[in-house]
Design a protein around this ligand. Structure first.
Ligand SMILES: Cc1ncc(COP(=O)(O)O)c(C=O)c1O
Length: 459
């Protein structure tokens, strides 16, 4: 009765993110009730291994008492403090300082947001302000990657390169442009790493030349394109793109909303290639999803450009009521402590070889065309014909079949629209959890392959 009432009420009132409204009403919600470690329980009492860390965010896993205590203590002491009118609060100051210590060199200034979309949106606004303040007002065009995801704000959704976020929303805007993703499995130049990198650099140069470098503000990229289906560019790609931006005199923004906080191994993916972006956006793992928070980090070049503009005494008109929220900041500080002193980042690095082995083991499954990953971030691209790399007919509704079979097998992962499976388990995950994850995943693939309509298409 209780669960029926909740599902009925959800149907009638709750609008879900990135969901088809009417089909959701017909299907009804799966209501999650509790979580511990990397396991969730729904209101029907089913236990589900969460192989997606909520939405690539619960990096430390569910149920950490020390985080709950940090939040409760801060709520008792001071539940809210504005950052306006020169006010500040201790957790926000300490978290900003800690992020500067942990991030690539040169990123010394931190602006807090509520999540990733407003971090991207803030980065765009700061960049526009920077070029106006430094006397280059023509530099207003932005370039990003096809299939990239930069959130769903009014501006960020146009930098995003996924059709679902453009359709019927009148974006991209005229100043937003895209170049092809560095996608080794489907690259027109083949999978040779250097060829893929050279192609991306050439694409960026060509786009900047077409627009005129004097009109281009910035290039935005995720180090690994999560929502594209975990597209992993070849090693060296990030550095090559960063260097090309420097040479072309455009700002380079690394969107580490997914890749930050140990997801790919180090604290930030930029570290792997010794890259310092001009700005960096982050969210998700910053608080491990225990409280909403994101951030934009910026270099002194950008900060000082804005600070020392033609009207330095006037306020910079950008801010949110909850910028630097003390409870979220207290949560962030404890989560960062768990990553470092708590050994969770080291655990992620220890588990990575087994994760990679689990992905590679799946390569010979009849449904699997390509596996890819870095750290504890993985993608499994399913195809109906391995030699031709043919995607499944959308009429087959493969993502829905995968999600349903996964639920029956007690596992949650991301099933992208094109039939790619995304994995991002908690980076605190144990060795047994990892074995269970791959056992349930293989069983799910077998079950879906056994469905007659799928079997027919695989041939
Ligand atoms: C790379 C990237 N940027 C931005 C966002 C938007 O973050 P949020 O959903 O917190 O607004 C996401 C969310 O998945 C993301 O993956």
């Amino acid at each position: 009765m209780y669960s029926n009432h909740l599902i009925e009420s959800d149907r009638n009132h709750l609008i879900h993110p990135v969901t088809a409204f009417r089909p959701h009403e017909r299907r009804g919600a799966t209501v999650l009730a509790s979580g511990k470690g990397m396991y969730l329980r729904d209101i029907e009492g089913n236990e589900l291994l969460d192989a997606f860390a909520g939405l690539w965010c619960v990096n430390v896993g569910y149920g950490h008492e020390s985080i709950v205590e940090a939040a409760a203590a801060q709520m008792r002491r001071l539940p809210y403090a504005t950052g306006y009118f020169h006010f500040a609060n201790e957790p926000a100051i300490r978290l900003a300082e800690r992020l500067v210590e942990l991030s690539p060199p040169g990123l010394d200034r931190v602006f807090f947001t509520l999540g990733g979309s407003d971090a991207v949106d803030s980065a765009v606004r700061f960049i526009v302000n920077y070029y106006n303040a430094t006397g280059r007002p023509a530099k207003k065009h932005f370039i990003a990657l096809d299939k990239g995801y930069h959130g769903s704000s009014t501006t960020g959704s146009g930098l995003t390169g996924l059709p679902a976020f453009h359709r019927d929303f009148d974006v991209p805007l005229p100043w937003q442009h895209h170049i092809p993703a560095a996608y080794p499995y489907r690259s027109p130049v083949g999978s040779d790493p250097q060829a893929v990198i050279d192609r991306s650099v050439a694409d960026l140069r060509a786009k900047v030349a077409e627009l005129g470098a004097e009109n281009v503000a910035a290039f935005f990229a995720e180090p690994v394109q999560g929502s594209a289906g975990v597209i992993v560019p070849p090693p060296g790609w990030l550095k090559a793109m960063r260097d090309t931006c420097t040479e072309l005199d455009i700002l380079f923004v690394a969107d580490e909303v997914i890749t930050g906080f140990g997801r790919t191994g180090p604290m930030f993916a930029c570290e792997t290639e010794g890259v310092s972006p001009d700005l960096m956006t982050m969210a998700k793992g910053l608080t491990s999803g225990y409280a909403p928070m994101g951030a934009v980090l910026m270099s002194d070049k950008v900060y000082s450009g804005i600070a020392d503009g033609p009207r330095p005494e006037l306020p910079i008109g950008h801010g949110f009521t909850y910028s630097g929220h003390p409870v979220s900041a207290a949560v962030g500080l404890e989560v960062l402590r768990l990553y470092t002193e708590g050994g969770i980042l080291a655990n992620a690095q220890e588990r990575a070889p087994r994760f990679r082995e689990g992905l590679l083991d799946l390569q010979d499954h009849p449904l699997v065309g390509n596996v890819r990953g870095v750290g504890l971030l993985g993608g499994i691209e399913l195809v109906s014909d391995k030699a031709e790399k043919t995607r499944f007919d959308p009429a087959l509704r493969l993502p829905e079949r995968l999600t349903n079979a996964a639920y029956r097998n007690g596992i949650i992962f991301r099933a992208f629209g094109d039939g790619t499976i995304g994995l991002a388990p908690a980076i605190s995950c144990g060795a047994d959890d990892m074995d269970r994850l791959f056992a349930r995943l293989r069983k799910t693939l077998n079950d879906v392959l056994d469905e007659p309509e799928v079997r027919r298409e695989v041939g």
